[in-house]
Each structure stands twice: as C-alpha cells, then as structure tokens.
Design a protein around this ligand. Structure first.
Ligand code: SAM
Length: 288
C-alpha cells in the first residue's frame, strides 16, 4: 500500500469516516522520497528506539520501522488509530499510543519502551505547536540522542541562526544550551496533502551527551535570555532592566563589559556561551 498516494490517503480516511483535522496541524506527506529521506537522516545506528510524534496515517512510521529496531508513535487523533492499525499491521517493531505528546509522561513511557536502547526523535511536526513540543522534548528529562523534525522553513531558519543575524532569537540561544542544530533540506508545499501555505524544512538537533554549559543558576540563565530578547530593539543593558532582580544599570554594564562586550551591545550578538558567562557574572554580583 503506497501511503503517499493521495487516492490511498483519501480511501483510508473515508473507510474510517474521518477527514483532515486542521486543529491538529494535519498535512500529510504525499511525496514518497521525503519520509524516506527524513527517516534516513534520523540516526547513524539502527539499534535504537525512535519516538515519532504524530504518525498521521503512518508513511514516515513505516520508513522508521524499516530503518530502526523499535518505533513508538504518539498520535493525538483517535480517528487515525484504526487507520494506523491497518497500515502498520506488518510491523511488529512499532507501538502506537493514542495521546497528546504534551500531556504524556515521556520519561516513564520511554524508559519502559527503550529497554536500554538509545532514543532519537523523528517527526513531521504539527506546525501549530512546534516550539512547545521542542521545549517539552528538551526539558522532559529524557536523554535523546537527536531530534530530527520537519517544521516551517521560517522556524528552521530561526533555530539554526547564528548570533548577530536577524533570525537569531531566544529560542536559538536556548537550543544552543542543549545541542547543535543543522538544517538538512527544504520541502515544498506540493509534497503535502492538504498543501500548507509555507515551505518546510527538516532540521536535526544533536544533543550534547554531557552538558556543555553549566551555569551557576540555570533558571536565572533562562530568565536572562528571555529578558535579553524581550525588547529586541533595546541595548542589552536596557532590555535587562526588565529582569526585575535588583541589578543596577552600573552592575549590568560591568558584567557585560567583563564578558568582553561594549556597553551598547544588543542581546542578539551573544551566543549561548556568552549568555552563560553573563549569567555567572551577574550571579557573582548579586546584592552589589
Ligand atoms: N507523520 C505524518 C506525515 O508525515 O504525513 C503526519 C504529520 S502531520 C504534519 C502532524 C501529525 O501530528 C498529525 O497526525 C496530527 O494529528 C498529530 N498531532 C498533532 N498534535 C499532536 C499532539 N499534541 N500530540 C501527538 N500528535 C499530534
């Protein structure tokens, strides 16, 4: 069964009396080369567990099941579960869970499922919730090896941006704390049914095995990044006024210059490493 054939997709959905649900970001892949390419980009080794978010009718799931030892696919739409029962019937290495990935206890589920295997994430993500899903994956306490996802091209540019460029933002600096991001390839709207209005891109985030950065106060480090980009047009000193943690302008300026930046620098020039240094400089000056 060719799951990337529009007539097959339509027939499978008609058989279950379901239609595309926009509120779940359902744009299914209909170009067979794309799921193949995404699956192949996900990991170098085969003996891993892959977490797929949003299998849809299962075109990427099938490819993942061919490439890797085990696949756990989490699908929010109950109507798609019987479809997946048919399309994945030949794969005994796939488990489908009907749930909202934002609500699941991923740590418990994955440790039970992985059986000691490394875990990678691979998904054609629903675009309405891309960033919250990525943040959840990064913060859920599971040590993923990598996260390979298709997202809007514009969001991919933001996630993979370099400091000092227009696309660089808080999410880029935060992602840099967890790993390195690479944009792999772009995918045109015509490869989906229904076709979205924008282009898409596949990125891969390779997560650090052991933390590369160890700020003295991790929560403060994240608050600092948020404040630095809260008012993008302002200088970093002025933007950090919104931190509301009692730092005077003098102390902020002193900490910024101690990191090797001029007092007029804007937040977008600082890399993740720079933010770690700045956070530590400020923690050391607390109460001054
Ligand atoms: N993997 C399929 C493909 O590539 O053709 C479908 C991808 S479609 C862009 C996104 C999928 O994510 C849909 O099947 C949708 O129902 C599912 N989804 C949306 N929100 C979800 C959530 N919070 N948790 C789990 N699945 C979700």
């Amino acid at each position: 069964m060719n799951l990337c054939s529009p007539s097959v997709v339509r027939r499978l959905m008609e058989e279950e009396g379901i239609s595309f649900r926009k509120e779940f970001g359902q744009n299914f892949l209909i170009d067979p080369t794309v799921p193949e390419r995404i699956a192949a980009s996900c990991a170098e080794r085969q003996d891993i567990l892959v977490l797929e978010i949003g299998p849809g009718i299962g075109c990427l799931t099938q490819q993942l099941a061919e490439h890797y030892e085990r696949v756990l696919a989490v699908e929010i739409d109950r109507g798609l579960i019987p479809v997946l029962g048919k399309t994945l019937a030949d794969y005994d290495n796939v488990r489908v869970v009907n749930a909202d990935v934002m609500e699941l206890d991923l740590q418990a589920l994955l440790s039970e499922e992985a059986g000691g295997r490394e875990i990678a994430v691979c998904a054609n993500l629903p675009y309405y919730i891309t960033t919250p899903i990525l943040m959840r994956l990064l913060e859920c306490g599971v040590r993923f090896r990598s996260i390979t996802v298709m997202i809007q091209n514009e969001v991919a540019a933001r996630l993979a941006a370099k400091p000092g460029t227009a696309d660089y933002g808080a999410i880029t600096a935060v992602l840099g704390y967890y790993g390195t991001v690479k944009k792999l390839f772009t995918v045109s709207p015509g490869c989906f049914m229904p076709a979205p209005k924008v282009s898409s891109a596949v990125i891969r985030i390779d997560l650090f095995d052991t933390p590369r950065y160890t700020p003295r106060d991790e929560a403060f480090f994240f608050r600092l990044i948020r404040a630095a980009f809260g008012m993008r047009r302002k200088t970093l000193v002025n933007a950090l006024g919104a931190l509301g943690e009692g730092y005077s302008k003098e102390v902020l300026t002193e900490a910024i210059t101690a990191c090797g930046f001029p007092p007029t620098v804007r937040g977008e020039r600082l890399s993740t490493e720079d933010f770690v240094r700045l956070a530590d400089e400020l923690v050391a000056r607390k109460g001054e």
